[in-house]
Design a binder for this molecule. Structure first.
Ligand SMILES: Cc1ncc(COP(=O)(O)O)c(C=O)c1O
Length: 443
């Protein structure tokens, strides 16, 4: 190894002779281009530095000034890490809990092969919050979905008695469940799948929000189907909201065929849609669900599976595990992520501020009906879709918003998703709407 010296914190963090505080946005980009995997295309000419308040980031942009490498500007966070920061950036209650447990309580790092006291707290809080019998902690969002997939298969064989290796998991078209091999196998997006085959068998897709297609498939292959595994509202697909009666009808159909309803609430959970979980909007209850993102309070990656006794109950020692899933600090963060959501009434705020945002977006649509085709949203999971035209380019809108101090990002060519922190204030929603109005007017 060549000489490697590491020192300092923040801007003074120095790797050999390179000090982070000295790098221009272009230099950051060059390091990522040369030394990282090219699996993202981040917004150009902007680097986030630190947090100003729960919805405001300080970022660095290029400058023509000869002396400094960048200028710093405020950026209203319209995405909050794809709903991982529902509780707001650096939520004080969660930060205090982390610091207190690290410094005062001398919290250990131990694996699950020895009990630690914080696991009990996490299980008590998470089962009460989800109103489920059992919870199994994981780390990334995709891992919670992956574990629901495994549990549904095992339940299919051991409880439903599907013949060996014949189990089918049904998903929805345009789904997004993460980047594992099972999630990639379920995806129907060519960019996601290209050259990653062979794929995991036993997966079938039906169009999202198409009850008849699901009923037909259940009639044809119901005895082999273990679960319908699906997002209650499709986030990455552009905030696709099903008909109001879709989930109640699907829940009944699943019961009729003894098929599990497995929800992926990684993006829609933890208050995002105006309820603690999106399924509560529709008065249905899944048999099992995966949670992630805001389960870690915007501080740590924390995810978990929550489910019915007989479904999660199929796990046996050795069939599942995770070194960092539910380790003591993750358990504390998980507990405080839930506490914050309840104490700060964040689902209610998502409902109120979401209504304000959606009404504002609809006003912009009314003013520019030739540009905006549709506004969609539940709580603070919202998006607007533009008509299909080259100049109505979601990326251009994102760049336009960035130039007006807003961070939002397109999903697909013509849709822009807005999912700010659930702590967002009325005045900040107005700032967001004014910027969108300006960009749409000028596009
Ligand atoms: C519905 C859904 N499931 C799973 C995931 C994957 O989560 P992670 O990126 O934390 O693995 C995401 C991420 O956006 C998601 O939206």
């Amino acid at each position: 190894m060549n000489k490697l010296s590491i020192s300092g914190y923040g801007d003074d963090l120095q790797i050999n002779d390179i000090r982070l505080g000295d790098l221009s946005p272009k230099e950051h980009e060059k390091i990522e281009t040369n030394k990282g995997g090219q699996n993202y295309s981040p917004l150009e000419d902007v680097v986030v530095s630190h947090v100003k308040d729960s919805s405001t980031l300080i970022c660095r942009k290029p400058t023509t000034n000869e002396i400094e490498n960048y200028i710093e500007e405020e950026l209203l966070d319209g995405l909050c890490c794809y709903s991982a920061v529902n509780q707001g950036q650096l939520n004080q209650t969660i930060v205090d809990a982390v610091i207190h447990h690290l410094v005062e309580e001398k919290i250990p790092t131990v694996p699950r092969s020895i009990r630690h006291k914080y696991m009990s707290g996490f299980l008590l809080a998470s089962t009460a919050f989800t109103e489920m019998d059992r919870v199994v902690p994981k780390v990334a969002g995709v891992e919670s979905w992956e574990l629901t997939f495994k549990l549904c298969r095992r339940w299919g064989y051991e409880v439903k008695k599907i013949p060996a290796n014949k189990a089918i998991i049904v998903g929805a078209t345009n789904n997004f469940h993460g980047r594992s091999m099972a999630a990639t196998s379920m995806s129907d997006d060519p960019d996601t799948r290209n050259n990653f085959g062979p794929f995991i068998p036993g997966i079938e897709l039906v169009p999202f929000n198409d009850y008849d297609a699901l009923e037909e498939l259940f009639k044809k292959k119901g005895e082999y189907i273990a679960a319908f595994s699906v997002e209650p509202i499709q986030g990455e697909a552009g905030v696709i909201i099903p008909d109001e009666d879709y989930w109640p009808k699907v829940a009944k159909l699943c019961k009729k065929h003894n098929i599990l309803l497995a929800f992926d609430e990684v993006q829609t959970g933890f208050g995002r849609t105006g309820k603690n979980f999106a399924h509560q909007l529709y008065n249905v209850k899944p048999d099992i669900m995966g949670c992630g993102k805001a389960a870690g309070g915007g501080i740590l990656p924390v995810s978990f599976v929550a489910g019915r006794d007989d479904v999660v109950g199929v796990l046996t020692p050795g069939s599942e595990g995770s070194t960092f899933g539910g380790y003591p600090l993750a358990s504390v963060v998980g507990i405080y992520a839930i506490k914050t959501l309840i104490d700060e009434k964040l689902a209610d705020n998502a409902s109120t501020r979401g209504a304000q945002l959606i009404a504002g977006l609809n006003n912009i649509k009314s003013e520019f009906p030739d540009k905006i085709k549709e506004v969609r949203g539940k709580g603070l999971l919202t998006a607007f879709e533009m008509h299909n035209a080259t100049h109505l380019d979601g990326h251009k809108v994102s760049v336009g918003l960035l130039n007006r101090g807003i961070y939002a990002k397109e999903t697909h060519h013509s849709t822009v998703r807005l999912a700010p922190a659930l702590t967002i204030k009325e005045a900040q929603i107005n700032i967001l709407l004014n910027a969108i109005h300006d960009v749409i007017k000028n596009i």
